[in-house]
Design a protein around this ligand. Structure first.
Ligand code: SAM
Length: 317
């Protein structure tokens, strides 16, 4: 009989020792940062990602009352710059595993008073999170450890394994009543679940999470133009020097709800609205085959649906 084993995808060594550019991973936030990018011209509101997100959150959360913000994995610091340009009263802390990116954040945010912490969020003392009003994790949950090729049998066969990864995975399924994925083998975003559990357990009032989803959908009316495929289970995304995995958002929602958070979920297109003009329809329908810049536009528009967000709001009883 062939015995299968699982593996752990970790990006820690890459982020701590190797990373010296995010250029290879053009996040939606970075793509919208240059003022003259043609991508901004597609938008109803020509603005940076940070400003667009801040504006959107203002309709959902009392942003004028929020002071202390922690951003985990802030990359080049562009999202936070948009937040601070929108509201100078914010008191942010940037926490990042990458010493290189923390230096980049210091350059981007040099005009503001910010505190910095170089640390793996999974090792952060939970007490550190007390007192923050808002926590942000944008396009980084897929970097957290993912267990690959798990099976229900591996987790349930007695005697229960002493392997800490398997114990933790079984804990998530039992504690949060996660549905078992169909099929024999599956991948589990265990690090993302741990990070969200940690944020919610800290009681921070508001949380924003955004990442590449494995459960993304496109509204019916846009399907002739925007075609994306969602596996339903975390999928590998190969990048320079490391792999990351798309995120099963329904599991994150189950964790947040169990820890007393209300969830608002949607695609990035909710806060990055665009008009489907005749020209854009043509570019999307021809899959951007005519010009290099059309290909970039297609990818960007698809990303506005492949990426989902969760806004978590602590329930007050
Ligand atoms: C793909 S970048 C996203 C950057 C930025 N949020 C954006 O949207 O452009 C991932 C970020 O998460 C950070 N990161 C990855 N794993 C982390 C961890 N375990 N703890 C803290 N930061 C982490 C990386 O160093 C990087 O800043």
């Amino acid at each position: 009989m062939m015995t299968m084993n699982y593996t752990v995808n970790s990006t820690k060594a890459y982020h701590v020792n190797q990373l010296n550019s995010l250029g290879w991973e053009l996040t939606v936030c970075n793509a919208l940062y240059p003022e003259n990018t043609l991508l901004r011209k597609l938008l109803r509101n020509n603005n940076s990602y940070g400003r667009l997100l801040y504006h959107y959150l203002s309709n959902l959360l009392p942003m004028e009352k929020i002071k202390r913000v922690v951003e985990i994995g802030g990359g080049y610091g562009y999202l936070m710059k948009g937040f601070l340009d929108s509201n100078k009263a914010l008191e942010p802390c940037m926490l990042d595993i990458s010493p290189y990116l923390i230096e980049k954040q210091k350059e981007t945010l040099k005009d503001y008073h910010i505190s910095y912490k170089v640390e793996d969020f999974l090792e952060t003392d939970p007490g550190f999170l007390g007192g923050f009003d808002l926590a942000i994790m944008n396009e980084n949950l897929g970097d957290f450890p993912t267990l690959i090729n798990l099976s229900r049998k591996m987790l349930e066969l007695p005697p229960k394994s002493h392997d800490p990864y398997l114990r933790q995975a079984l804990y998530f399924f039992e504690r949060y009543k996660l549905d078992w994925p169909p099929g024999e083998a599956f991948n589990l975003n265990s690090g993302a679940l741990e990070a969200v559990e940690k944020l919610c357990a800290s009681g921070v009032s508001y949380i924003f999470l955004g990442e590449h989803s494995c459960e993304a959908t496109v509204p019916e009316s846009l399907r002739p133009f925007i075609q994306i495929q969602s596996a339903g289970s975390p999928e590998r995304i190969s990048l320079m020097g490391h792999d990351e995995y798309s995120i099963k958002f329904s599991y994150l929602q189950q964790v947040a709800r169990a820890l007393d958070y209300r969830c608002i979920r949607g695609p990035f297109a909710d806060f990055i609205p665009f008009d489907l003009t005749e020209e854009l329809r043509f570019i999307m329908a021809s899959h951007g085959q005519h010009k290099d810049e059309d290909e970039m536009i297609c990818q960007f528009i698809e990303d506005l649906y492949k990426y989902e967000y969760l806004v978590l709001i602590k329930e007050i009883h």
